[in-house]
Write a protein that binds this ligand. Structure first.
Ligand SMILES: C[S@@+](CC[C@H](N)C(=O)[O-])C[C@H]1O[C@@H](n2cnc3c(N)ncnc32)[C@H](O)[C@@H]1O
Length: 491
């Protein structure tokens, strides 16, 4: 490697460390941002005339309940971060301010603010939010994950999830104020936990950096991130419900079930000793990839968001039992609630224990940009099936996505798609001129035919995406569902 190349790769790594620090900071800023919201509610309440206040006498106690819910959400987040093993040396000096490309990762710079992996109609952003490319992940997340040169992480049945409570420098022992399951009875029954106590038990009051489970969790190293980053954490919480909570079952039935049924129909004779392979680009929190694995495929999820990968790695690798964790996913919006109890209801997850779900050997999560990773010549004709669920519209150039899907499929291979065409980079009037090719469904199909696909099945499926079941507002998609096969080339 020339010294120029070495310098370039060092710089790239520094960018990634900075990007990862920003994401970790967003997770760590979650609690403070949520607290700030509650302070705002209280401040509005204080401005009420006494007669109005008297009518809303339960409001102060709702704020206290909100605080407890925030603490419990933060507790989960902190456990998840403690389990995270960054694939990069987080201690390295990342002073890259002088560098010409600094704007690529500046904490203030969000070229595609407000869009990417989730639709959060009730969060302050609208539409899905997206990340700058520097948020792309690489392998190595999670101590239990095996990583190969393809930025790939594998979970296997013998992966043993560690007992988290008490395993990280003893900081998260069950006397931290929560037992993981103690909150199940309902928000009113939530053990009252002093917020300071919880944070002290995780971080330890007045600790020195060297005594943190990870130096990179040291609050003094954390960045103050823009609120839009914290919104991404709130979106992750909603994605947990979609993928891993009993409440998400309806959405999973709408989105994942038709895909699984189609795979089952198309690969009826799945041999245990030679299972077909299936790739799931934009795998989110990994549930669909796991279900595909459990139904007898060598399944690989691909995901480029560290927000997603940190969380999916924790759920897949560190969960010990079904229902081990609880969160309050819906506390961040007071809008469209039928009751406070609806808004403050807890959700326990995961609904299944991933390690005992019956995965097929070879299940993996591969971190990185779909275009970059699967453009590699080694991927040509490598897959029996590709499944895209709410993914196609994440493309800058959807034609490129389709071209790659076609190239990596074997002849006769199957592409199953479900999703809308809510192009993530549409209507982006940021400082960067983001490329965004926005085609109609008709044109998407035309492009697919050009790349050798043949339409086998097509329908519309009505579905939601990370919806709050009990909200008065439900965003529905008439999602396109299709199965296409890659035509065999006659010789
Ligand atoms: C709308 S979400 C859908 C997640 C999941 N498939 C589901 O149905 O819940 C789209 C996902 O694709 C990921 N993504 C977007 N662009 C990507 C890319 N170029 N490579 C890999 N993943 C990408 C996002 O981070 C996000 O997790």
């Amino acid at each position: 490697m020339s010294s120029d190349e070495r310098q370039h790769s060092k710089f790239e790594e520094a960018l990634e460390v900075k990007s990862l620090r920003r994401i970790i900071s967003a997770y760590l800023n979650y609690s403070e941002a949520a607290e700030e919201d509650v302070r705002r509610y209280e401040s509005s309440y204080k401005k009420l005339p006494p007669a109005h206040k008297a009518l809303l006498s339960r409001f102060p106690s709702k704020c206290q309940r909100l605080r407890r819910c925030i603490s419990i959400n933060s507790y989960f987040i902190l456990n998840m971060l403690q389990a995270f093993e960054p694939p990069l040396d987080m201690s390295q000096d990342i002073d890259i301010c002088e560098h010409e490309h600094l704007e690529d990762v500046s904490a203030d710079h969000l070229p595609c603010e407000g869009r990417d992996f989730c639709s959060c109609p009730s969060a302050s952003t609208s539409g899905r939010t997206c990340f700058p490319e520097t948020n792309q992940t690489h392998c190595g997340i999670g101590s239990n994950l095996i990583c190969n040169s393809q930025k790939e992480m594998t979970i296997s049945e013998d992966v043993q999830v560690q007992n988290f409570c008490g395993s990280v420098n003893g900081n998260l022992s069950s006397n931290s104020g929560y037992s993981r399951q103690s909150e199940r009875a309902g928000c009113d029954d939530v053990k009252v936990v002093d917020n300071d106590m919880e944070l002290n038990s995780v971080y330890g009051a007045n600790r020195t950096a060297s005594s943190y489970a990870h130096d990179w969790l040291d609050p003094s190293l954390q960045l103050k991130v823009p609120l839009v980053d914290v919104d991404k954490v709130r979106c992750i919480v909603r994605n947990i419900v979609r993928d891993w909570a009993p409440e998400g079952q309806r959405e999973r039935d709408q989105c994942y079930k038709p895909i699984l049924e189609e795979l089952d129909r198309l690969f009826p004779d799945r041999l245990k000793d030679r299972p077909p392979s299936c790739l799931v680009p934009g795998a989110g929190l990994g549930r669909l990839a796991l279900e595909i694995s459990c139904s007898g495929f060598i399944s690989q999820g691909n995901e480029f968001s560290y927000y997603m990968m940190i969380c999916s790695s924790f759920i897949l690798n560190h969960t010990q039992t079904a229902g081990e964790w609880t969160i309050y996913p819906w506390i961040h919006s007071n809008c469209n609630s039928l009751s406070d109890n609806d808004q403050l209801r807890l959700v326990s997850f995961p609904d299944i224990h991933p390690a005992s779900a019956g995965i097929t050997e070879g299940f993996s999560m591969c971190g990185g940009d779909f275009v970059e990773v699967y453009s590699d010549p080694s991927q040509e004709g490598a897959w029996d099936a590709v499944v895209t669920c709410f993914f196609l519209d994440t493309a800058h150039n959807i034609v490129e996505y389709i071209e790659i899907i076609s190239r990596i499929l074997k002849e006769g291979g199957v592409w199953i798609n479900l999703g809308p065409l809510l192009y993530h980079f549409a209507d982006m009037y940021g400082p960067q001129d983001e490329m965004s090719i926005e085609l109609s469904l008709e044109d998407v199909k035309r492009v697919a035919f050009h790349y050798g696909f043949q339409l086998e099945k097509e329908k519309t499926i009505e579905t939601t995406y990370t919806a709050n079941l009990r909200s008065m507002m439900q965003n529905r998609y008439n999602a396109a569902f299709w199965t296409m096969t890659k035509r065999q080339v006659k010789t």
